[in-house]
Design a protein around this ligand. Structure first.
Ligand SMILES: NC(=O)c1ccc[n+]([C@@H]2O[C@H](COP(=O)([O-])OP(=O)(O)OC[C@H]3O[C@@H](n4cnc5c(N)ncnc54)[C@H](OP(=O)(O)O)[C@@H]3O)[C@@H](O)[C@H]2O)c1
Length: 270
C-alpha cells in the first residue's frame, strides 16, 4: 500500500467509504463489518470516511475499530445547520467513533459552511482534529467550493472522481495542486456502476501483466494515478473486496492510466 500526506498526516491511497455499507444494525451485519475492518488492517487501508448523514455508520465504525484505533485515520463530516447544532453533532461524532482525535473533519456538501468553519478552526487549534475539509458532490456548487478553497484555510476536499466522471479535472484539481490541498475521491467506482456495467467476459491481459486482476482495481488505479488525488475511498459491504481493492495501484504511471481509460471506455460501450 502506498501512502500520501496531507499536512503530515499519512493516508493510504486506497481508503474506504461507508455510505450505505456501514448503515447496518443486526449482529450478522456487524460481524461482516468486523471482517471488513480486519481486512483493512491486514492490507494497510487506514482511511475510513463517514458522516452523520450515513445513519449508523459512525457508530459501527466506532465499534468495529475498537481494537485498532492506532491504525486508522478517521474522517467524518458535519452535516447540519447552525453553529451550536454543528458543535453538538461533532461532539456526538467523537463519542460514536469512540476516539479523542478525528484526523479529518469535513463540512458535508458545504452545508452552512460559514457557521462551521470557526468551530473546525478551534478544534484544530485544540488538536482535537487534524485537518479541515469540505465535501462537495454537486457541480453547481463548485464555484462556491473554489471560492472557499481560495479564501479560507482548507486542508482537503472530497469530490466525485472516476474514469467516467472527470469533471473536476477542468479546474478544481488544478487549484488543489497549486494550493497544496489534499483530495479524497468519492465514488471512485461510479457507485459500483462502472464495474457492474462492464462485460464479465472481459479480456484483461494487457493489464494483468502489470498486476491488475479486476476491473475494480483498474478503476481505482486510474483514480490514484493522478498524483493530485490523495486517496480513493471505495465503499464495500464485502470483506474480500477490501483485499481486492487494496491491491490496486501497484504501479502508477500515465501510460497505464491511458491504457485503463481506453480499455474501460472501449469495453463498456460494447
Ligand atoms: N457528499 C459526500 O460527502 C459524499 C457523496 C458520495 C460519496 N461519499 C463518500 O464516498 C464513498 C464512496 O462512494 P460510493 O460509496 O457512493 O461509491 P463507490 O465507492 O464508487 O461504489 C460503491 C459500490 O461499489 C461496489 N464495489 C466496491 N468494491 C467493488 C469491487 N471490488 N468490485 C465490484 N464492486 C465493488 C460496492 O458494492 P458491494 O457492497 O457489493 O461491494 C458498492 O455498491 C462513500 O461511501 C462515502 O464515504 C461522500
Amino acid at each position: 500500500m502506498l501512502y500520501r500526506e496531507i499536512n503530515k498526516i499519512e493516508f493510504s491511497i486506497i481508503g474506504m467509504g461507508t455510505w450505505k455499507t456501514f448503515d447496518v444494525s443486526s449482529q450478522s451485519d456487524l460481524t461482516v463489518r468486523q471482517s471488513i475492518i480486519k481486512n483493512c488492517v491486514a492490507s494497510g487501508v487506514n482511511l475510513i470516511d463517514s458522516s452523520p448523514m450515513y445513519g449508523e455508520s459512525e457508530n459501527i465504525v466506532g465499534q468495529t475499530t475498537k481494537n485498532f484505533k492506532e491504525h486508522f485515520k478517521f474522517a467524518t463530516k458535519v452535516w447540519t445547520k447552525g453553529e451550536r447544532e454543528g458543535i453538538r453533532q461533532i461532539e456526538k461524532s467523537f463519542k460514536l467513533l469512540d476516539t479523542k482525535y478525528i484526523h479529518l473533519l469535513q463540512i458535508h456538501n458545504l452545508l452552512d459552511w460559514k457557521s462551521h468553519l470557526p468551530t473546525l478552526r478551534r478544534l484544530k487549534s485544540e488538536k482535537r482534529i487534524g485537518l479541515i475539509g469540505l465535501s462537495c458532490m454537486n457541480p453547481h456548487d463548485y464555484p462556491l467550493l473554489i471560492k472557499i478553497m481560495e479564501t479560507e484555510s482548507i486542508d482537503s476536499i472530497q469530490i466525485p472522481y472516476n474514469v467516467k466522471n472527470k469533471f473536476v479535472e477542468k479546474n478544481i484539481l488544478g487549484i488543489c495542486k497549486d494550493l497544496g490541498i489534499g483530495v479524497l475521491a468519492m465514488e471512485p467506482l461510479g457507485k459500483g456502476e462502472i464495474v457492474h456495467n462492464i462485460s464479465p467476459r472481459l479480456n484483461l491481459t494487457e493489464l494483468t501483466s502489470v498486476g491488475i486482476e479486476t476491473w475494480a482495481q483498474a478503476c481505482l488505479t486510474w483514480v490514484v494515478s493522478n498524483p493530485t488525488i490523495t486517496s480513493a475511498i471505495p465503499a464495500t459491504s464485502r470483506p474480500e473486496r477490501i483485499l481486492e481493492n487494496a491491491k490496486a495501484a501497484i504501479q502508477l504511471n500515465q501510460g497505464l492510466r491511458d491504457l485503463i481509460e481506453f480499455a474501460i471506455h472501449n469495453q463498456s460501450s460494447n
